[in-house]
Design a protein around this ligand. Structure first.
Ligand SMILES: Nc1ncnc2c1ncn2[C@@H]1O[C@H](COP(=O)(O)OP(=O)(O)OP(=O)(O)O)[C@@H](O)[C@H]1O
Ligand SMILES: [Mg+2]
Length: 235
């Protein structure tokens, strides 16, 4: 039986505006199993980044429950959530978000530096292996500003995976890349999902990418609906 690793129950996000309450997410229910590939699409402003931020424990929902790797995130304090995030979650952003004053190697090492048992030699060897795996053997010592967009995203992927998280959340990971580079990065994410068994939750505007995932949901009016597969659409 596949194990449920992410479970949202009636997850709701409301924001108080001066004259009204904005409901961004409205009682979302979602179960994702370990190792699954899940795509979330929806119109701009539909709440995709908000949902991903909450599922990644970066933000708190205003109501509802979130279970990650068996832990009740909604009952954890900030420190406990940070610990869970460090151990279990990797995040990839559209804008890469590398630290500009650190080399590719040092960017990838960062999550390991935050761990209690940090050993430079072991961590550095691991970061080298990870950077080689994402195709950056020749760029290990480079600074982000001299790397292309696709290369920067590869560094970000290596950084997200270095601590061997169980879940990777990616928010439009190919949104800033040309079509060919986007395809390569998508393939890399799928390959790593297969090789490492990491659960992949990806927000995208790219319907081809979404169609390749095992599950595809659309966010509409604060709710998740299962998207029809291409095949089902034409039938
Ligand atoms: N803190 C906040 N205060 C007010 N409104 C907010 C806040 N956070 C998000 N919103 C609003 O919630 C809606 C959803 O935002 P979100 O960034 O999640 O959308 P999205 O689906 O990721 O869009 P895009 O595809 O453009 O990235 C938007 O209308 C946004 O303006
Ligand atoms: Mg967004």
């Amino acid at each position: 039986m596949p194990q449920v690793i992410i479970s949202a129950k009636n997850l709701t996000q409301k924001v108080e505006l001066p004259h009204q309450t904005l409901t961004i997410l409205n009682e979302i229910n979602l179960d994702i199993c370990s190792g699954e590939q899940v795509a979330i699409t929806g119109r701009s402003g539909s709440g995709k980044s908000t949902l991903l931020g909450i599922l990644a424990t970066l933000d708190r929902a205003s109501a509802g429950e979130l279970w990650l790797c068996g832990q009740a995130v909604h009952e954890l304090n900030e420190e406990q959530r940070a610990k869970l995030r460090l151990q279990s979650v990797g995040f990839i952003f559209q804008s890469f978000q590398l630290l500009s004053h650190l080399s590719a190697l040092e960017n990838v090492l960062l999550p390991l530096r935050l761990q209690k048992k940090f050993n430079y030699a072991t961590a550095s060897a691991k970061a080298h292996t990870m950077l080689e795996r994402v195709g950056l053997s020749a760029q290990i010592e480079q600074m982000p500003k001299v790397l292309s967009g696709g290369e920067q995203q590869r560094v970000a992927i290596a950084r997200a995976l270095i601590s061997e998280p169980q879940i990777i959340y990616a928010d439009e990971p190919t949104g800033n890349l040309d079509r060919q580079t986007a395809k390569e990065i998508e393939q890399l994410l799928f390959d790593l999902n297969q090789e490492m068994g990491v659960t992949l939750v990806v927000v995208t505007h790219d319907l081809n990418l979404a169609a390749q995932c095992q599950k595809h949901y659309q966010l509409q009016e604060g709710q998740l609906v299962a998207a029809l597969k291409n095949k089902e659409r034409v039938e």
